[in-house]
Ligand binder design. Sequence first.
Ligand SMILES: C[S@@+](CC[C@H](N)C(=O)[O-])C[C@H]1O[C@@H](n2cnc3c(N)ncnc32)[C@H](O)[C@@H]1O
Length: 248
Amino acid sequence: MRSLREPFDRARPDFPAGTPFWLDRSFDSLMRGFPWLAGVRSHLSSEYEGRAQIYDVQSSYKDHVYDQFFYALIRTLKPATCIELGVFQGFSLLACAAALRDNDFGRVEGVDLFEAYPHRRECMANVRRRIESTGLERWAGVVAADALGRHEGREADYLHVDLSNDGDIYRHVFAHWAARVKGVIVLEGGSAARDRVEWMVAHGRAPIVPCIKEIREAYPEWSIAVLEPYPSITVATRRPVQASPGAR
Ligand SMILES: C[S@@+](CC[C@H](N)C(=O)[O-])C[C@H]1O[C@@H](n2cnc3c(N)ncnc32)[C@H](O)[C@@H]1O
């Protein structure tokens, strides 16, 4: 079976699994283009409490230690209401919850089909047990539901979308969440190599790269950058409002 990360390794043989994402030039571009996220740097390489346990679960995010990104982003933005669509075994959810604990503020709700997902799936009870065994129940909870309808009646400061994403999911997320998210939307995927992974091509899934271009044009109030290392991550934040000269 071909590795899911094969298109990434072909494009960047100098960036194997195990290399921290922040050593890639796309991280420097993110830091340059989004100065309001500068605090992220100071929280990287943090051996936060419970990290070793979080690494017991499976996740493609582990290859380039993206838990450090979720952790650092939450530590920097200090969001109150966080939503994660697509939990699987809980890797990114637990990293987010650990940061909320260290902020002493906020809560994350994870939404997944769990047992009802027709492909590789996880039981909700297992994720609940992991939340409890890491002592994060105050900061995180999970619900079994279809994530694509979860926007109804909701608002969030931080939204993370990881639903085996494709371009159609990106379009759906911006159409339903752009007006409901106050801070940041983080979506798995976004690099050219991610559009070439085997299941995207085999199932004719809508590529994400052209869709990001469309979203940039349709939602100019959002700044969007992509972290390239596998599986890649799209980071969208609301552009801070510029004070007009003379405004108080
Ligand atoms: C790639 S995994 C999430 C990985 C996880 N965020 C991590 O850190 O490793 C994708 C998850 O999305 C869930 N999923 C896919 N479509 C969904 C939908 N429409 N509603 C809810 N969950 C969905 C699947 O059950 C699966 O657990």
